[in-house]
Each structure stands twice: as C-alpha cells, then as structure tokens.
Design a protein around this ligand. Structure first.
Ligand code: G4P
Length: 525
C-alpha cells in the first residue's frame, strides 16, 4: 500500500461523554466488532468513581490501566481505526482537551434519560475550537428516556451544533422496538439482552403494511408521523457540513445490548474524515507529504518510581514514521533516534517498524519530550493548537523540607511537563502556584512528589479566579502594566506572562482600565 492508501484507510477519533453515559461500554462493543477483544468485560473503565475522590491510590491504579487503554487500535473491514481514550473524571479534563487535539473526529455519547450533561458541554467547546466533526450516539434506548425530538433540540441549544438524525427510535424503555435507519431505509428490530447483531429489514415504503406487522399498528403510525416531521424539519444530511463541524449526524441505540453499534461504526467509517491537514506556526501540513512530522500530545509517567522513564504519545501528522530513524526535535534543536517506538493495539503494546498519519506511536522517553513538542525530518515548525487553558483551582506550593529543594524543583518540573497541572511562578518572591482543573490533582502531586522525588509539600489555597495570558501590541504598555500589577504577574512553564486575577469583577475592572492589554484564557493566541 502506498502512503495515500494508508492515509485513506485510517480513522483516528475519540469518544466523549459525561461519566456513565456509556463510553466504556460503547468502546468495548466497537472493539468486539474489530475482533480486537474476544469477550465483554475486557476493557477496564478508565473512570474514577466519585467515591474514590479521597482515595488517591485508586488514581494510581487507574493510571496504570489507562496506559493500556490510552489508544486502542484495531482493524475493521480493511479500515484501520485508532480510538483514543479520554479520562472520564472531570478533574482530568485538561488531559481530555489535549487528547482531542490528536483526533480527527469525535463520537459523542448521550444518555437518553439524562440528556446533555455538563461534562459534554465543556468537551464540545473544545471540539468547536477546532471545528472537529462530531457524530452523536444517543444511548440507553432500553430505558424510559426523554422524547427524542426534545433531546435533539437540547443538543442543538446546549452544544451549539446543528443535528441531523440518520436513524430514529421506535418506542423507548420497555416498549423499545428498534430503530428505523433513515439512510438505508431499513428497520432494525430490538430484542432485549440479545447480543447478536440483526440484519436490517429493507422497507422501501414506510406506509406499507409490513411495518405494521413488524412493530405493531400504533408504533407504525408514530414512526410515519415522526419520519414525516424529520424530513420536514431537518434539511437533508450534508456530509460537508459534518466534516466542517457544523452538523452532527445522530444515531440511536443501546450500547450494552450491542444495538445500533454496528450501524454507528459502519456509518462512521463511511463518512468520518481520514487524517486531516494540520496547522503549524509556519504553514499547513498535509498528511500525504512525503516527509514525516508529528507532535506529542500526552506524556505518561512510569508507574515504577525507581525508573523515571515515561511514555510520550506521538501523533503522526505527515509522511511515514520509521523506527530506528533519527528525527529532528524542533524545541531542542537536535536529532534523536527513536529505536523503541511502540504501536498501541487494543490489548497490548507492540514494537512497530513504521507508522502513518493518524497513527499514535508510543516513545519511551527519559525526559527529552514534553507536551506540544514537534518532531520532523529537519523542518523548523511547531504544531499549534495544543493550548493550556486557565485552571480553576489554584494553590501555592509550600516546601516542608528545605533540604530537598532541588528534588522538589525537579519533581514539579517533570510533573508539569507530563501535564498533571500547570505551574505559575510569581515574578515577585518566586512564589510557586499550581493550577488545576480539579481537586484530585493536588493529592496526586503531593503523593508523587513524595514517592518519586522524596520531596514533601503542602498546599495553601489561593484566592485566584483565573490565570490570563497577557499580551499587547505595544511592548511599552505591556511593561507599564506588569510594573503596575507586579504582585499579580507570574510566568507559566514556557515563561509566558500571566496575570493572576483574583475575582471576575476585578478582572473586568482591570480590563476596562488597560484597554491596550489583551487578556487570553488559553495559552495560545
Ligand atoms: P462511562 O464509560 O461513560 O462512564 O459509562 P459506562 O460504559 O461505564 O456505562 C455506565 C453504566 O451504564 C454501566 O452500568 C453500563 O452497563 C450502563 N449502560 C451502558 N449502556 C447502556 C444501555 O444501552 N442501556 C442501559 N440500560 N445501561 C447501559 P453500571 O451499573 O454502572 O456498571 P456495570 O456494572 O453494568 O458495568
């Protein structure tokens, strides 16, 4: 196969959902179809249940599990599918945001009983920043859920994306009869707890009496009315609008019953994008370019504290990655040889010799790589679109063991490179403040600093509302601003200037008073 064919047959995507909507169950069913696993129960949930909030050992265990399920590669009907896992727990949202930078499209799972939930809203915001194509799977139709039209309205209103149903449910809960596929015009009948996949029954004319025979008169009447309404209300499905992130095609099913999953997968393969072009700071790179390039979107620390090596996750963006070749590390301005690259298959990691755009390669690293790094065959360019977002919780790091200051610095530095949290160092007094999305990370950081670096820290809460990256067209004005607000100015890990705003109202006031300063909520602007 040549490079173009390898690219065309690849689909790299992530599943996003609010915890408990059915992401793990759907993942597992997809893997079963791909023959990547043999039986149900093989995929461990990467979610951390709420009761484990104070139990950080559980987090450590989950970290171990989540390496194995970080990327699940499998083949289906000649298509190479790379499914990137995203942590379910909201405290790890930053990790999820970064993983979403490495996918080409997304499947969003929504629980038909609960509708659109908060976590899905946040994740969709990230998808929208990059116009990522989204396909929607409305799950748990075997439960009494909300009216499907209401659900679709809610998706449109809360997620700011247009929807177009491509299948439609017949009944719900106990009365769930199956779905009508609006694309191939066939009925798929549901039998509770039957895991085998039924073939669709072609229905050329929905008004035919066969429909009444199959699903009963009342259901048939309702279905005809629903389909008429759908065709009247929703414009015809336009794949271009899906690919540009404007319209989400919607499927209905029940993951745990393996119902509707194959249709989802097959439609996904048909219309989801193959690896797409990506932006760098100098130009747009097309996947079919001959020269290899890619970027690191995730770093995973080794579980064994005695060995500090880590796994860096590289997304191949163009050309062919070959094991044993040396590649140019743009940030460090030197060449590295990666002889131990591994591919991620559903269950194991295996050494690979080559990888193509859309593939994720695992690289064992001893500290040379960090999130956002670009590797090329020599070209100086950096992939953009892997920003940090302003954290929500801020705490100052208090060193409890002055003898271990060096270890603490090193530990903090490495944990930040892994993306566990963000570190802000104040210009005044060198105070170090850690910012995170959730409370769990502080326990993780404290534990890992002690365990891996022998450093003892405590955290003291800070009254900070947001960290805003600041810039100005006029360097003099920027200087004046930082001089007048010295106590609130810090630097992020890349030495970028950050304004630590104490409250929303105060931030607004400062923004009004300094119109020449731009305030950004993400590190890339
Ligand atoms: P998540 O990864 O999005 O957090 O969700 P997960 O797949 O773990 O599913 C959450 C719960 O919802 C699980 O039940 C799962 O069995 C159930 N579920 C998934 N799909 C369906 C469906 O189509 N219908 C129904 N009725 N339930 C579904 P659990 O009790 O939390 O766990 P388990 O003991 O069943 O594994």
């Amino acid at each position: 196969m040549n490079l173009d064919q390898e690219i065309a047959r690849r689909r790299t995507f992530g599943i996003i959902s609010h915890p408990d909507a059915g992401k793990t169950t759907l993942t597992e069913k997809l893997l079963l179809f791909g023959g990547a696993i043999q039986k149900a129960g093989a995929v461990k949930s990467s979610k951390i249940k709420d009761h484990a909030r104070s139990d950080w050992m559980e987090i450590e265990k989950q970290r171990g599990i989540s390496v194995a399920t970080s990327v699940m590669g499998f083949n289906y009907d000649g298509t190479r599918i790379n499914l990137l896992d995203t942590p379910g727990h909201q405290d790890f949202a930053e990790d999820t945001y970064r993983t979403l930078t490495a996918v080409d499209s997304v499947i969003m799972v929504i629980d038909c009983v609960k509708g659109v939930e908060s976590q899905t809203e946040k994740l969709m915001e990230v998808c929208r920043m990059r116009d990522t194509p989204v396909m929607c799977f409305i799950n748990k139709l075997d439960r009494e859920g909300r009216d499907p039209f209401d659900l679709l309205d809610e998706v449109e209103a809360k997620l700011a994306i247009r929807v177009r149903p491509l299948s439609w449910p017949i009944g719900m809960g106990k009365g769930f009869k199956g779905v009508y596929n609006l694309v191939d015009k066939s009925l798929y009948l549901f039998t509770p707890s039957k895991q085998t996949v039924e073939e669709g029954i072609a229905i050329s004319d929905i008004s035919s009496s066969t429909v009444d025979d199959l699903i009963g008169e009342n259901n048939a009447k309702q279905l005809r009315a629903d389909v008429e309404l759908i065709e009247g209300v929703y414009p015809e499905f336009d794949v271009k609008q899906y690919l540009s992130g404007e319209t989400a095609p919607v499927f209905f099913g029940s993951a745990v019953n393996n119902f509707g999953v194959r249709e989802l997968l097959e439609n996904f393969i048909d219309i989801a994008p193959a690896p797409i072009q990506r932006k760098t700071d100098t130009r747009v790179v097309k996947p079919e370019e001959n020269k290899f390039s890619g970027f690191i979107f995730k770093i995973h620390a080794n579980m064994d504290p005695k060995h500090r090596n880590r796994i860096a996750f590289l997304r191949v963006c163009s050309g062919k990655f070959e094991r044993g070749n040396s590649y140019y590390h743009v940030r460090q301005n030197k060449a590295f040889r990666f002889s131990n690259a591994t591919a991620f298959m559903a269950q194991d990691r295996e050494t690979i010799d080559e990888a193509f755009p859309g593939d994720i390669v695992g690289i064992y690293d001893t500290g040379n790589l960090k999130i956002g790094d670009t590797l090329t065959e020599g070209e100086k360019m950096i992939y953009t679109g892997i920003p940090s977002f302003s954290p929500e919780i801020f705490k100052e790091v208090i060193n409890k063991d002055a003898m271990k200051t060096k270890q603490l610095e090193k530990g903090l530095h490495q944990l930040m490179e892994e993306g566990v949290a963000q570190l802000f160092t104040y210009e005044l007094g060198n105070r170090k403040v850690v910012g995170t999305v959730g409370a769990l990370q502080f326990e993780v950081i404290q534990f890992r600093l002690k365990n891996e670096y022998n450093a003892t820290v405590e955290f003291s809460s800070q009254n900070i509302h947001k960290a805003c990256w600041i810039s100005s067209r006029d360097p003099k004005k920027l200087h004046e601003f930082t001089e007048s607000k010295t106590r609130h100015i810090a630097r992020d890990k890349d030495d970028k200037l950050v304004f630590m705003a104490e409250s929303k109202a105060w931030l607004q006031m400062v923004q009004d008073n300094f119109p020449d300063i731009e305030f950004h909520y993400t590190s890339e602007f």
